[in-house]
Design a protein around this ligand. Structure first.
Ligand SMILES: *Cc1c(COP(=O)(O)O)cnc(C)c1O
Length: 228
């Protein structure tokens, strides 16, 4: 458990250093602790160090941990692929969803969001570098989804998310998909959408993502260690 505390401190330092060297305001990059496959006890360890935002990929696993940690003030983020039969529980039990990539899912989340919880924060997941994973919509399809989602009453469209392929030879190539996501968000702003979020960067590439404008980095292994 001590290892996790040290690793969290190292990740925080990495984020602070990368934020500074990018000339960005301190605190403008937030850490989402990705806790899939990790136990409630491991999350609690990080929570006690002041971490409040946790990202989960698998609904049932997340709901189990939410029950065990119900005394904690945690902001829960859903970041995995979404099947339509899971939308109700996601709408009821999460604060953010980073992985919306089609209208059917967005509509259901909006319809099923309990009113007393306020609008659900949404990022649209874009397949920015034709990653192997089938999640994410293409840039061509993005404008229509942005328009439709921004009109749904119980969602708050915050921005974009991507998981770029890691097959790049060097840092210059690695930054291309992140830059493209940033430019896409800037275009949305120019069109009048009040979006503020770029969810990009993980254990291997968080520094490059920060240099290209990430506002959430989603970090698992660098905090919790390898997953089994
Ligand atoms: C697992 C996962 C992460 C964290 O990846 P690490 O390499 O462990 O930092 C981030 N985002 C998504 C969508 C994930 O599924």
């Amino acid at each position: 458990m001590n290892a996790v505390v040290n690793q969290l401190a190292e990740v925080r330092k990495k984020i602070a250093d990368a934020t500074l060297s990018a000339g960005r305001e301190s605190g403008s990059v937030r850490l989402l602790a990705v806790s899939k496959t990790k136990t409630a006890a491991e999350l609690l360890c990080v929570y006690r160090e002041g971490q409040r935002d946790f990202g989960e990929n698998y609904l049932q696993e997340a709901l189990d941990k939410q029950k065990q940690l119900s005394d904690c003030e945690i902001m829960w983020h859903f970041i995995g692929p979404i099947q339509s039969n899971k939308t109700r529980a996601i709408a009821e039990h999460f604060d953010w969803v980073h992985s919306v990539d089609r209208l059917k899912i967005a509509r259901r989340l909006s319809e099923q969001r309990p009113e007393e919880r306020g609008p659900l924060n949404i990022c649209l997941q874009v397949n920015i570098s034709n990653e192997v994973s089938k999640s994410g919509l293409s840039l061509q399809d993005l404008p229509d989804l942005v328009k439709a989602v921004s009109e749904l009453p119980n969602l708050r469209l915050r921005g974009l998310m991507a998981i770029p392929a890691k097959l790049f030879a060097n840092r210059d190539e690695q930054r291309i998909p992140f830059a493209r996501l940033r430019e896409t968000l800037e275009k949305m702003k120019e069109q009048g959408y009040s979006v503020d979020t770029l969810s990009m960067g993980m254990t291997e590439d968080l520094e490059i993502a920060i240099s290209e404008g990430a506002t959430w980095v989603r970090v698992g292994r660098a905090i919790f260690g390898e997953r089994n």
